[in-house]
Design a protein around this ligand. Structure first.
Ligand code: NAD
Length: 431
């Protein structure tokens, strides 16, 4: 099938590459010319494992191309996926302005083609957006649902860092469709995937995405709350969760305590769901608690470090890991941001290091110095906070911390093996 993709960020590019690999012809659209140029050279504008080689080959084989011309891409395809960002507005509700703009561009292009075309929202949108925002834009332009166009909602569940593998082998594919024809066109796109396909109505598909993310975020905040009591009583929250997670009704995943969740999805999606609930007259008590616990975890980590070091004012503190998680260069809502802000507020000098995300982090918090290596970050530091679970940090041993002025380490992600630490003062969250 010929497919156009509007918005070629983390989701759009991975979707484009994945669908092209499955034999579809893909045209990626973005308003950012540098991303378009980079894709057409076969170079991914984002860091994501396995993407580079595959993109280069697909571009060479003319199975995937990128453009800034939405109209042309839409006219030369049968299905268009909307993959633009849906960031938080200032009050935490979802900002759908990019979806609106993309829908207008698609509607204009479709008015000129006269051929049946399916428009499918892949961006994460609160229930009602696809039928209450995207469809009216199409109808106002003069398109008739069912005759000129079909409508779908196909939420994306990929995780950055393993995005391509997640896209190619998802736990499930969710397809919401406005009618049978839309559903069957979207099903056809995924016919070569081996994952179970859930076919449903559009609002249910929109809701599945939010409920999945909210439940995962809830598990993390729950583990973090339990970690606080474990710290008080001398139990180890990881051991507790290992025991709890063996219960097949519960599952061990997403029960790791630490400095909290970040990234472009969990914080924003939970906030959007909170606002959506309130708007619907439902009091989101659990979701509010999930956010509260999460906001406190980086502060708790700084408190623990201060407990070990004494007043932080004038001390040099190294933050290892600036990306919101390992294997990505994405710093959106990274816990390194509130952590650095809190350290600076307490008068510390902050030096950050990340194997991939240093450049992206540089504009996030002013006055954070960037180091080019772990060694540079640690040298002369009084304390170290480990924020990201990069593989590179797992192998750090006592001798690596000996370049510090005082080897005091707060491990926010349980990456180090402290056995044999003699001179390093080590603490971790939840133990
Ligand atoms: N990043 C993730 O891990 C992830 C996972 C699942 C779902 N999602 C959801 O997918 C959506 C996209 O997320 P992302 O991380 O890929 O965002 P992103 O910010 O990385 O990419 C969005 C892209 O859309 C482009 N864009 C904006 N308006 C456009 C327009 N009118 N025409 C063409 N291009 C336009 C931007 O330039 C940008 O490159 C969001 O709703 C997000 O919540 C993200």
């Amino acid at each position: 099938m010929n497919i156009s993709i509007i918005g070629t960020g983390y989701v759009g590019l991975v979707t484009g590459v994945g669908l092209a690999e499955k034999g579809h012809r893909v045209i990626c659209v973005d308003t950012d010319g540098s991303k378009v140029d980079s894709i057409n050279r076969g170079v991914p504008p984002i860091f994501e494992k396995d993407l580079e080689g595959m993109l280069e080959r697909l571009v060479k084989e003319e199975k995937l191309e990128a453009t800034m011309d939405t109209a042309n891409a839409v006219k030369n395809s049968q299905v268009t996926f909307i993959c633009v960002g849906t960031p938080s507005s200032e009050d935490g509700s979802i900002d759908t302005s990019y979806v609106e703009r993309a829908s207008q561009d698609i509607a204009e292009a479709l008015m000129e083609t006269g051929e049946y075309h399916v428009v499918c929202v892949k961006s994460t949108v609160v229930p009602g957006t696809t039928e209450g925002l995207v469809l009216p834009i199409m109808e106002e332009a003069g398109l008739e649902m069912g005759k000129d166009m079909g409508l779908g909602m196909n939420p994306e569940f990929l995780r950055e860092g393993v995005a391509l593998d997640d896209f190619m082998n998802p736990d499930r594919i969710v397809i919401g469709g406005a009618d049978d024809r839309s559903k069957s066109v979207l099903r056809e796109i995924y016919q070569d995937f081996e994952s179970p396909i859930v076919v449903t109505d559009i609002k249910t598909a929109e809701m599945i995405k939010y409920v999945s993310n909210a439940l995962l975020a809830t598990k993390i905040s729950f583990a973090n709350e339990m970690s606080r009591i474990c710290e008080k009583i001398g139990a180890d929250v990881y051991g507790v969760m290992d025991g709890v997670g063996l219960d097949s009704r519960i599952e061990r995943k997403f029960l790791n305590a630490g400095v909290g969740f970040g990234g472009s999805c969990f914080p924003k999606d939970v906030m959007a769901l909170i606002h959506f609930c309130r708007w619907q007259g439902v009091n989101p008590r659990i979701l509010e608690a999930v956010i509260k616990v999460n906001e406190h975890q980086p502060i708790h980590a700084v408190n623990m470090l201060e407990d070990m070091l004494g007043r932080l004012s004038g001390k040099r503190i190294a933050i290892l890991g600036l990306a919101f998680k390992a294997d990505t260069d994405d710093v959106r809502e990274s816990r390194a941001i509130p952590m650095a802000q809190e350290l600076l507020r307490r008068g510390a000098r902050v030096v950050g290091y990340d194997p991939m995300a240093g450049k992206n982090f540089s504009g996030e918090v002013s006055n954070v110095e960037l180091a080019g290596s772990v060694e540079e970050a640690l040298t002369g530091s009084h304390g170290c906070l480990i924020q990201t679970d990069w593989e590179e940090f797992r192998s750090l041993g006592e001798k690596d911390f000996m370049v510090m002025s005082t080897p005091v380490v707060l491990d926010g992600r349980r990456v180090l093996n402290p056995e044999g630490f003699d001179k390093v003062r080590y603490r971790t969250i939840g133990r």
